[in-house]
Ligand binder design. Structure first.
Ligand code: FES
Ligand SMILES: [Fe+2]
Length: 344
């Protein structure tokens, strides 16, 4: 298994789930989602135990799902409650029901042992919903690359100067070294660039002119969740990094869901502390951020194809790769630990 199963993964924006059956794939497992009559959302395994017909091809009847092939019907717990033409329901006529929570407007499912599902383990961003901050739902990008390549990218301030020239970067960053801090299941990669021009995005929305001090903190938690803290202030006005909320600051959260080995969903939203009542800028700001993330998508998908064409290729390791390499070791360790536990 190349995925961490004991984790909450965001599947889809909750407002996309209604009274119809919708199919999603997480860690190569097919799920069918629907909204119950009381408004709660349910996630079941999208495979009828009779012949593996996707239940999403069937019908939602009240709060039960009827298979579209021979009509076996399942309740919200995944238990078969009806088999047309027979009275006795076999005990193994069940589908998995996934623990599910809604947070940040996203539907999260727990893909591991259901008994270990703890909602407190869902990715946490303290500023979301807090006084003085404005949260804006972003989008979902489907990227045809391995999820760890996208994780590499989101732990990599060095690419910003070259890839995001019109949005998130300026040439000034190219030679400023990055700092790495490691926890047990977290990494922060950060740098400050002082006395520089504002990045295009903050020049546009933050109305900053003249020299600024600006920062990027790439905060990673296993297996594939990121809160990227970026901001700026008039140069010299925030000497202590702990005070960066006094500047204009944004947390762009990227919450990844591996679909399979070469497909990942990148769900993202932002939370900001400037122009928080000006909701009319939200759509344009989201579009500008999307433009930047599309720039990553183009490169990552090309890299994926090249890697597949060059099976023996070994990466050259640069100094900027320290954090991505550490991230991959953390994920490997979690996967190894899970498979050791499963063997016991
Ligand atoms: S495949 Fe679902 S009832 Fe036969
Ligand atoms: Fe990027």
């Amino acid at each position: 298994m190349k995925y961490v199963k004991d984790a909450w993964y965001p599947v889809v924006w909750a407002d996309r789930i209604g009274r119809e059956l919708s199919r999603h794939v997480v860690l190569e497992q097919p799920l069918v989602l629907f909204r119950r009559e009381d408004g709660r959302i349910v996630a079941l395994q999208d495979a009828c135990p009779h012949r593996l017909a996707p239940l999403s091809l069937g019908k939602l009847k009240g709060d039960t799902v009827e298979c579209g092939y021979h009509g076996m019907t399942f309740d919200c717990a995944g238990k078969c409650v009806r088999i047309p033409g027979q009275e006795i329901i076999p005990a193994n006529a069940t589908v998995a029901a996934y623990p599910l929570e809604v947070k940040y407007g996203l539907v999260w499912v727990w893909m591991g042992d259901a008994a270990a599902a703890d909602a407190a383990k869902i990715f946490q961003l303290d500023q979301y919903g807090a006084e003085g901050w404005h949260a804006v739902q972003g989008q979902t990008l489907r990227i045809e690359c391995n999820y760890l390549s996208l994780c590499d990218n989101l732990l990599d301030p060095a690419h910003v100067t070259f890839v995001h020239t019109t949005t998130l970067g300026t040439p000034a960053g190219a030679t400023v070294p990055v700092n790495n801090e490691y926890g047990d299941d977290a990494i922060t990669v950060w740098r400050w660039i002082r006395g520089a021009q504002a990045i295009p995005l903050f020049a546009k929305y933050g109305k900053l002119s003249g020299a600024v001090d600006r920062w990027h903190y790439y905060n990673y938690t296993t297996p594939c969740f990121f809160a990227i803290d970026m901001g700026s202030c008039v140069s010299g006005t925030i000497p202590d990094a702990a005070d960066r909320h006094e500047g204009i600051q944004m947390h762009a959260c990227h919450l990844l869901t591996p679909v399979d080995e070469r497909t990942v969903l990148q769900h993202w939203f932002h939370v900001r502390n400037f122009r928080i009542d000006e909701h009319d800028i939200d759509a344009e700001l989201t579009a500008d951020l999307d433009k930047a993330f599309q720039e990553d998508k183009v490169i990552l998908e090309r890299i994926q194809r090249e890697e597949e064409r060059n099976a023996d290729y070994k990466r050259i390791v640069l100094g900027i790769d320290a954090a991505p390499r550490k991230m991959r070791r953390m994920v490997d360790r979690l996967i190894e630990r899970e498979s050791a536990g499963a063997d016991r």
